[in-house]
Ligand binder design. Structure first.
Ligand SMILES: NC(=O)C1=CN([C@@H]2O[C@H](COP(=O)(O)OP(=O)(O)OC[C@H]3O[C@@H](n4cnc5c(N)ncnc54)[C@H](OP(=O)(O)O)[C@@H]3O)[C@@H](O)[C@H]2O)C=CC1
Ligand SMILES: CC(=O)N[C@@H](CCC(=O)OP(=O)(O)O)C(=O)O
Length: 350
């Protein structure tokens, strides 16, 4: 029996993997045993990420070279589509390993919805069925015993944290949700992409995947469960010229007799025991700068000038609460640790 949780991070040369390493390196109950990369395999982590060079870390290697038997938990920060077969291989080599996946591969429960939005049949359908959706505050009881945890996408994390308690209580109309979302460029990963080049993303603001972003079905899946009926949402993401951070503005229709104040009160009460959720007082403005580098979520509620409507706004750091931080939070739950262990650092402001 080891006194620390021995972890591997697949995709450690990417943004989510590297942020996981940054956080895990200071976690008192974690030992980082294996790190993998694709094109960066065989490099030192500190050579790929000089901000981590101060740490004594294992060398990056190809995932095929990892000895799975020495790991208790495996974090996957791989491009979606690549994690299914790798997860199946890991679990067949070490059925006791806990997999905490940051990609989209196991989030959708319906195989046909997955195939429609990701363009291929799922390659590990039995694992897709087994996976637990890793929105910690809402699925904690299932995460505790799960072998495969599918961490939510960054946008769905922010949206669902803002809306789930309200939909569940029937305080807003789940069939009338308009979500205007903005993300920093790290949301797109570290690979070279034209739209995230400084010259093209800087000093600009653009919507993308309008009407067809793959986070829409993920949001619809979870809102649908909370509402007890299928829903369709209007979800439009935008790319903002900042490195980290995400802000979602949700325009909602209030149920009869419900006010924006009631929504805030509901969120305050539901999230009162939650260490990472801060529901702001009346007039409080959520800002990405207030959560930058941290695992916190800020939520603000405002009345709309249009009667019967309200705005619920949430801010997160896409790489922390939106991926690596939430993944580590899930590991804490799965291994029976204090949920805030390794995650209580405050936002880097300004
Ligand atoms: N960025 C974000 O804000 C969020 C991302 N996610 C999801 O997390 C996952 C990782 O994202 P992110 O870190 O941004 O991505 P990056 O592009 O920054 O990193 C991808 C990582 O996967 C490795 N890799 C790429 N292709 C393969 C392959 N075929 N086999 C094995 N390893 C491979 C890369 O290795 P190498 O660099 O050596 O080529 C790199 O380590 C994605 O599924 C993403 O959608 C989820 C929530 C938020
Ligand atoms: C700015 C940007 O490009 N963001 C990414 C979202 C990152 C994320 O959460 O993606 P997964 O669902 O693949 O994990 C995007 O819109 O595709």
């Amino acid at each position: 029996m080891h006194d620390k949780i021995r972890i591997g991070v697949l995709g450690a040369s990417g943004y989510t993997g590297a942020d996981l390493v940054r956080l895990a390196a200071r976690h008192p109950h974690v030992e980082i045993v294996a790190l993998t990369a694709n094109t960066h395999a065989d490099k030192e982590m500190g050579a790929v990420f000089p901000h981590l060079a101060i740490l004594d870390l294992p060398r990056l290697k190809a995932w095929e070279e990892v000895d799975w038997s020495e790991l208790d938990a495996v974090f996957c920060g791989l491009p979606h589509g690549t994690t299914q077969e790798i997860t199946a291989a890991v679990l067949s080599a070490n059925p006791k390993a806990r997999i905490i996946d940051m990609s989209a591969d196991f989030r959708l429960r319906d195989a046909s919805v997955y195939a429609e939005w990701y363009g291929h049949e799922h390659r590990a359908p039995e694992l897709q069925e087994e996976a637990v959706y890793g929105l910690t505050e809402h699925y904690r009881a299932l995460i505790k015993d799960a072998r495969l945890i599918a961490c939510p996408g960054c946008y769905p994390t922010a949206v669902l944290m803002a809306l789930l308690p309200l939909v569940r209580q029937g305080m807003i109309d789940a069939s009338d949700l308009i979500i205007d979302a903005k993300s920093g460029v790290t949301g797109a990963g570290r690979g070279l992409k034209q739209n995230t080049l400084f010259a093209e993303a800087g000093e600009g603001l653009s919507p993308y995947s309008v009407g067809k972003h793959r986070h829409a079905p993920e949001i619809e899946q979870e809102i649908g469960v909370a509402a007890g009926m299928p829903v369709t949402v209007n979800f439009t993401p935008h790319l903002i010229p900042m490195s980290r951070g995400e802000l979602v503005t949700c325009y909602v229709r209030l149920a009869e007799g419900v006010s924006a104040n009631d929504l805030r009160q509901r969120l305050v009460e539901d999230y009162a025991p939650e260490p990472f959720v801060h529901v702001l007082p009346e007039g409080g403005i959520p800002q990405t700068q207030n959560v930058r580098g941290s695992n916190y979520v800020q939520i603000g509620v405002f009345p709309d000038r249009i009667p019967g409507r309200a705005l619920v706004i949430a801010a997160i750091d896409n790489l922390v609460k939106g991926s690596a931080g939430q993944a580590l939070q899930n590991m804490n739950v799965a291994f029976g640790l204090e949920e805030g262990e390794g995650l209580l650092q405050l936002a880097l402001f300004p």
